[in-house]
Design a binder for this molecule. Structure first.
Ligand SMILES: NC(=O)c1ccc[n+]([C@@H]2O[C@H](COP(=O)([O-])OP(=O)(O)OC[C@H]3O[C@@H](n4cnc5c(N)ncnc54)[C@H](O)[C@@H]3O)[C@@H](O)[C@H]2O)c1
Length: 265
């Protein structure tokens, strides 16, 4: 299958080989795309993205996703390297300062909350605004961000990330209107099952919760590789009229009330 033959894209957020973005990058290239990779400068030092870059013959361009200057540089370098405007972008970024510092939801430090929103959600608006102003995305291009169902339902230990995801999904709808009208670019979020990654396992009680979600979902938790397959279809020409949607990729979890496996314990 070569669903992305001739397409060019930018993948944010591959930290190590557990990262969802890592699998997406591998699948996009396997489907014929040419990509650039990006992550925050600090993640380049601590993570293993260099290995992925070598494996996929993809250039790595450091960018803090909260910095407009870094985003401009990333988009212009990517267009230079890839030989023109891009067709797809994956935003796969999440970080909560209050979760990292183990602050409870009812004892939030607000400067940290603002930083969390900036990194996990506002960066998505910044990315799209910069790309629109620079005219960096081809017509019928596809922009995706990864999200989680805590935006709609309460998962207490997800803390301020719940509001980050609600904001992220709202940006996809609102910006999706403007990007669609002005450039025929589509914008969506994929709401993924709990996945064993650095960001995922930072949430308190993640292992138990992972097992609960797996038993609640008739198909089981969706693995990162399957999420990557879904991203490829959303970047492909087969989904040209899907925009401003929050798409569940969760083995059925979001529609369940109770399951036999959960009742059995
Ligand atoms: N793991 C899960 O259970 C799960 C479930 C649903 C959605 N998601 C979402 O998937 C996305 C990817 O997370 P993951 O689970 O692959 O974990 P991950 O830790 O591998 O990826 C998170 C990435 O965000 C990057 N990042 C943090 N601050 C940044 C900044 N200032 N600028 C640029 N990049 C920055 C990190 O370097 C890292 O690469 C996140 O949006 C996450 O919320 C994860």
């Amino acid at each position: 299958m070569n669903l992305l033959e001739g397409k060019k894209g930018i993948i944010f957020g591959a930290l190590d080989d557990k990262s969802i973005a890592w699998k997406v990058a591998e699948k996009c290239v396997a489907h014929g795309a040419k990509i650039t990779l990006t992550n925050a400068p600090v993640a380049l030092r601590f993570g293993t993205i260099k290995t992925l870059g070598e494996q996929l013959n993809a250039e790595i361009i450091p960018a803090d996703a909260t910095s407009l200057e870094d985003l401009e540089n990333l988009l212009s370098k990517s267009m230079e390297i890839l030989g023109g405007k891009v067709d797809f972008i994956l935003h796969s970024i999440g970080m909560s300062v209050n979760v990292r510092k183990k602050r409870e939801y009812t004892d939030i430090k607000y400067e940290w909350m603002q930083k969390t929103f900036d990194i996990s959600a506002i960066s998505f608006h910044k990315l799209m605004q910069t790309a629109l102003k620079m005219d960096a995305v081809n017509e019928w291009g596809s922009v995706l961000a990864l999200t989680y169902i805590a935006a709609q339902r309460t998962f207490p230990d997800y803390n301020e990330m719940a509001e980050s995801k609600a904001l992220l999904e709202s940006f996809a709808r609102s910006f999706g209107y403007h990007f669609g009208e002005q450039k025929k670019v589509r914008v969506n979020t994929i709401s993924q099952s709990p996945t064993m990654t650095t960001a995922g396992s930072g949430v308190k009680g993640f292992d138990e919760f992972f097992g609960y979600a797996d038993r609640m979902s008739p198909l089981g938790n969706a693995p990162a590789e399957a999420c990557a397959d879904y991203c490829v279809t959303m970047f492909s020409d087969l989904t040209r009229y899907v925009t401003m949607q929050n798409l569940y990729h969760d083995g059925g979890f979001s529609t369940m009330g109770m399951s036999a496996k959960v009742l059995e314990g």
